[in-house]
Write a protein that binds this ligand. Structure first.
Ligand code: TRP
Length: 328
């Protein structure tokens, strides 16, 4: 049987090129190798959100992007965390086998305390416990994550181990699958592409918008005049060409080094490459968006399938913990 992959993603609304080249494409290819469950972690998002005005829309737009980019509900389960409330139940039970000291030393927790000192809520401390519950509820064995999530995953393994040794074996110990995400820099050429740095290009953006945004990007700072020779290795536009214009990268690099091509033309070419690479995606997205209720139906089906698995696990958990169960 195929191994079970579980991964969770915060609802960040319309996805950008960094999400696409890193996370989304990776998840699409895992669908063919594993039994995949992908979850939009709206409850996790609440630990850092200060308001929820855009939450529903953010979930909808993100799911639409994912479906249009090739996440196939025929091959995987795609659902929203809060639609399967058993995760919050398992979170509470897991909190009884999790020493507070483990949680207080998690690096992401310490960081968040610095970033939002006015909002160090109880849920924030329990963030990794909820993540452990996510993975364990569906008996996830393989968890594709970026390096920043490794401490969380280590904690999941410790929680699961402690549960199993206290109450009896229920959960496999999940393994991290470190994906070497390409580092996609933002339009500023300095920071990683991210919504929070406002330096991103949305994958659903129309070609005019892509062009407009690419034109604002920072290139090799040494090229101030058209005749200045460039250094493609340190130019962010060039690094995007590697993804979007793979057939011409060598040429572009040498034309930049000899100043045969200027930054303006180089950017225009990049904007065209991005637009044409993403054209099939935009078309599919438009079709899906035109079907009323399409996203809701996919999510309802995902929630049903996920909940069936969750119920089985919870029954087993309560049996092992000797909680009194009324129905068998
Ligand atoms: N903490 C993860 C992140 O910020 C999101 C997440 C929640 C997750 N639950 C998960 C990732 C379970 C993997 C498995 O990216």
């Amino acid at each position: 049987m195929e191994k079970r992959v579980f991964s969770g993603f915060r609802p960040t609304g319309k996805q950008h090129i960094g999400n696409y080249l890193g996370t989304i494409q990776n998840c699409v290819s895992l669908q063919d190798e594993y039994d995949c469950i992908y979850c939009v972690v709206d409850i996790h998002a609440l630990t850092t959100l200060e308001g929820t005005e855009t939450l529903q829309k953010d979930i909808y737009e993100m799911v639409l992007d994912w479906l249009a980019a090739g996440i196939d509900p025929g091959k995987c389960i795609l659902f929203v965390q809060s639609h399967v409330p058993q995760v919050m139940e398992l979170h509470t039970l897991f909190s009884m086998v999790t020493p507070l000291s483990w949680l207080l030393r998690v690096p992401t927790f310490k960081e968040k305390v610095k970033i939002q000192p006015h909002n160090v809520n109880y849920g924030l401390v329990g963030y990794p416990v909820l993540m452990a519950a996510d993975i364990a509820l569906y008996k996830g064995e393989v968890v594709p994550v970026g390096e920043d999530q490794l401490p969380h995953l280590e904690l999941t393994r410790e929680i699961v181990r402690r549960f199993n040794s206290t109450y009896g074996y229920v959960f496999p110990e999940p393994q991290a699958k470190l994906t070497s995400f390409p580092l996609v820099l933002g339009l500023d050429g300095l920071l990683k592409m991210s919504k929070s740095y406002n330096n991103y290009i949305e994958i659903a953006a129309p070609p005019e918008e892509i062009l407009r945004q690419v034109m604002t990007a920072v290139t090799d700072p040494a090229r101030r005049y058209r005749s200045d020779k460039g250094h493609p290795d340190i130019c962010n536009i060039f690094s995007l060409h590697k993804f979007f214009t793979p057939s011409r990268v060598e040429e572009i690099a040498s034309e930049c080094r000899t100043a045969d091509i200027g930054c303006v033309d180089c950017k225009k070419m990049l904007a065209r490459s991005i637009s044409s690479t993403l054209e099939p995606f935009r078309e599919k997205r438009a079709i899906l968006a035109s079907k009323p209720d399409y996203v809701t139906e996919i999510l309802a089906d995902g929630a049903n399938r996920a909940e069936a698995l969750a119920k089985e696990t919870m029954k087993e958990v309560k049996d092992k913990m000797r909680l009194l169960q009324l129905k068998s």
